[in-house]
Design a protein around this ligand. Sequence first.
Ligand code: SF4
Length: 519
Amino acid sequence: MVGGEAGERRGKQHRSVRSARTRRWPIACGSAPHLSAHLAAYTARVPETLLPDPTLLDRPGEACGVFGIFAPDAETARLTYFGLFALQHRGQESAGIAVSDRETLTVFKDLGLVAQVFDETTLSALHGDIAIGHTRYSTTGSSVWENSQPVYRQIDANGIALAHNGNLTNTGELAERLGKLFATTDSELMTEAIAQAMGMHNLTLPNALMKTLPAFRGAFTLAIMDRDTLVGVRDPHGFRPLCLGRHEHGWVIASETAALDILGAEFIREVEPGEMVVIDATGVRSMRPFSTPEPNLCLFEFVYFARPDSTLYGHNIHAARRRMGEQLADQAPAVADVVVPVPESGIPAAQGYAAASGIPFRDGLVKNRYVGRTFIQPAQSMRDRGIRMKLNAMPGELRDRRVVLVDDSIVRGSTTRQLVTMVREAGATEVHLRISSPPYRWPCFYGMDTGDRSTLLAADRSVDEIAEFLEVDSLAYLELDRLLDATSVPAAGFCTACLSGRYPTDVPVTGDKFLLERS
Ligand code: SF4
């Protein structure tokens, strides 16, 4: 049977409901009645301080991280914890793990970072051969507990759990078709569709996926499980990455190869766009639910999202970012004394720019790595300090110098403007800004939270107008062709929609992430 345990999440008073067989606490998923109880219990929003602070970010919100493991005789929940730890950069709003011991499927999830959600006691209560995990950045729905993942649905004596990275583009249509207008995320709708196919047609999980996946549009990389099977899916465009690895006790799927490395798992291959890998007691098999795969990996995975130690399309991300800097130096040289990165994402491109130009590389800015996710509300006077909460200048490296300041992208621009002011106040005589990607002019509908077009600095401004707004002495963005060349696989198939306006799919008129919550 599938467990139906419920209890309040950690950090509130413990209230647990014993199942017939075993006690789990503070388990956050179960049968529908228990789930309803939870939805009533968790109406609180994420503390504002847990959300990406627009004064501290000038990038699209990260994607989510998904992970899955099929490994009999291994501590799968613990291994999933470490896999999620390696994927923390892809989402910091909530974390969750689902685990199956072949009889009970249990989900534990909560708001917060992986290390805040799980501890030794929690993990030691999660047993099983199969597990999936998720780190969330909200691109559909609010940052509330009930939108955290994995999503769970009970189907008769079975149950499924689903972890999703990406954004559907036909969410409204799907909600109407399923009669589930109360759903608050596209991930919940997908889970519902799969559960309905399993329940109504008595299908196995893989067969239910073959039936339902073709109806989903947009970006969806999934890790899904029931009591006996782990499945990894990439949509036919492969917007978000997923790789397959071999662990000493079984098989692993993960958003990025860095999550395999942390477990000592061997990278086998990337799951292909439009592919579904099914892992069960018989081994691994590949299925193809979509008729026409058309690879369009998000180019921003190379620019910013993916970890530098991960590989995509067979190429190391850090090396690609260095090449972007080299290309930038060739395309837009500057007469300057030092090259300074905006830490940390601008570092490899700045290294490449310095190497190609011969201008010395200097750490002129230092990042406070922890302040962006504090649980303590900063005083208003501190919030007014904006970027200084996150970065500080090193006058010794900047004073009386002409500075090439290198970053990977600009989305809204307000942070970058503060940064330029800070560099000048530290004594720089000139600031020449170089960006290792083209102007970000169009909103993303595939799982990056950029806000609507009106918030994008480059939406309706020329490069000269942007330079004037940012108060820099010169500004250059890397050309798209050069960026693609820097990946080393320019013809592999990329989405460039936010940079080029060429969307590989139909997109909704509105990119409202709260669409379902408003309906
Ligand atoms: S629109 Fe931009 S951020 Fe979104 S998937 Fe395409 S390349 Fe990535």
